[in-house]
Design a protein around this ligand. Structure first.
Ligand code: GDP
Ligand code: IMO
Ligand code: MG
Length: 430
């Protein structure tokens, strides 16, 4: 069986933790999109790992991992990450493969990414890892793929600066290079886990364009970036947090109104709603949920769970089963709220209630959340070993989301540790 794990919000949903958990039943883990803009955190007891390019199954000693065709690979970041794993006692020898169709990030792309974003009237707030520029070069048919390292004419055509940069990496990259389609064909009896990066709302086509990343981060990207074709993907899992976060700029209808801005350009455009309590909630969630970017260290913008957006993610990824993370962050609250619709005042001055996620950034910026309240459970969920042990109020929150999205929540994560994971239904079908 082949499973896809995709982010159902704006990234950082806890995909790394979930992929690591599910990887114990897989033989091969394939990252299908993005690059070193991703930051996937895995916590096992006292050990914490932050992975940017290497798929999250690497911590098991016997798994093969593949950096897929849809990825953009910065060789400096890749070898730094491999060195980090080696220093920490993780032997990756002979287990890390790179699709020969993956594209290479050059240092000058990183420089251009930073300069272009800074020059934008409203910056996207990119991670400055050269991601958008590398994907642009790919679309313009001027990119450099792993396979091209062995193509003399292409290498001869490169600028001296680029050739000099690549030279020390050619041998090591070529040794890891595989033809992904045939590799997976030869391993067709294996269980394969496809690990998404970013999230649906950061997907170039499905997300809040232009405030998105540049890869195909939604589930469909697994078919192309995974070199496997859509009919070989058996099940899609969508990971989401019990609330919402976003790093960088762009619309975020259910964002908490913060008194001190975190650098968000949209925060000031949102009408204050009970400012003081939302501000307190925001700060509480940021500290309790450790909501700081893994890649850039930026504080994440926080807000209520946006069910309009989550239902859109279920629809556009054909999500079979949802994975809810960070439910423990709500353990101490009296009351919990989630956004079930948007209130938008049209040009006619009339107020409209919208239940569908719009493409228009103007509409999303104007949208105010319609909130539904739920009772808190005021209990430490990480003490629960099974779903049956959950307090009724937590079950009511979960089951409302299932009904709203018409999608089951089969896994609930109640802490960052691998062990703090409640399986209601095993996605591998056991
Ligand atoms: P990813 O990019 O989707 O892999 O997510 P990140 O690793 O960037 O961010 C998720 C953060 O939440 C990490 O620090 C995880 O250790 C942590 N985390 C994951 N699941 C849970 C959970 O259920 N509860 C809490 N409190 N933290 C979690
Ligand atoms: P993981 O895999 C959260 C955001 C950036 C910025 C926008 C474009 O850890 O969930 P880019 O550098 O990709 O051109 O930046 O996308 N972004 C992420 N936000 N999690 C991520 O990855 C992200 N990868 C990119 O903050 O707003
Ligand atoms: Mg992350």
């Amino acid at each position: 069986m082949n499973l896809v794990v995709t982010g159902a919000q704006w990234g950082d949903e806890g995909k790394g933790k979930i992929v690591d958990y599910l990887a114990k039943d897989a033989q091969i883990i394939v990252r299908f999109s993005g690059g070193a803009n991703a930051g996937h955190t895995i916590v096992i007891g006292d050990e914490q790992y932050a992975l940017h390019l290497i798929p999250s199954g690497i911590l098991y000693p016997d798994k093969f991992v593949i950096l897929g065709a849809g990825m953009v690979i910065d060789p400096v970041a890749l070898f730094k990450e491999l060195d980090m794993l080696k220093e920490r006692g993780i032997d990756t020898t002979g287990r890390v493969f790179i699709s020969d169709r993956a594209h290479i990030v050059l240092p000058r792309y990183i420089q251009i990414d930073k300069e272009r974003d800074a020059a934008r009237k409203t910056p996207i707030g990119t991670t400055g890892r050269g991601i958008g520029i590398t994907y642009s070069m790919k679309c313009d048919r001027d990119g450099i793929r792993i396979a091209d390292l062995g193509w003399k004419e292409k290498m001869d055509e490169l600028e001296d600066e680029d050739r000099a940069f690549l030279a020390p990496f050619v041998q090591r990259l070529s040794e890891m290079s595989i033809d992904q389609a045939y590799f997976l064909m030869h391993h067709r009896n294996s269980q394969i886990l496809f690990e998404g990066a970013q999230g649906t709302l950061l997907d170039l086509d499905l997300g809040t364009y232009p405030y998105v990343s540049s890869g195909m981060s939604s589930a469909a990207g697994a078919a192309i970036g995974g070199c496997i074709g859509p009919r070989r993907l058996d099940k899609v899992l969508g990971v989401f947090k019990a609330y919402s976060t976003r790093v960088g700029n762009g619309p975020f209808p259910s964002e908490f109104e913060e008194v001190v801005s975190t650098g968000s350009t949209t925060a000031t455009e949102v009408e204050p709603v009970e400012t003081s309590s939302e501000d307190a909630l925001c700060k509480y969630i940021r500290e309790t949920g450790r909501e700081y970017g893994v890649t850039t260290g930026r504080p994440r913008r926080c807000g209520y769970l946006d069910l309009v957006a989550l239902r859109y993610a279920c629809l556009t990824n054909s999500i079979d089963s949802l994975v809810m993370t960070h439910l423990d962050v709500y353990d101490t609250l009296d009351k919990i709220k989630a956004c079930i619709a948007y209130r938008i005042t049209g040009e006619d001055g009339k107020e409209h209630i919208i239940e569908e996620f719009p493409a228009s950034i103007a509409a999303l910026n104007a949208a105010k959340p319609v909130l539904r309240s739920f009772a808190g459970w005021k209990q430490n969920l990480s003490g629960c070993l099974t779903y049956d042990e959950f307090p009724t109020a937590a079950m009511e929150y979960i089951e409302f989301i299932e009904r709203f999205c018409e999608t089951p929540i089969d896994i609930v994560s109640v802490g960052y540790d691998r062990k703090e994971t409640i399986i209601r239904k095993n996605p591998w079908g056991k």
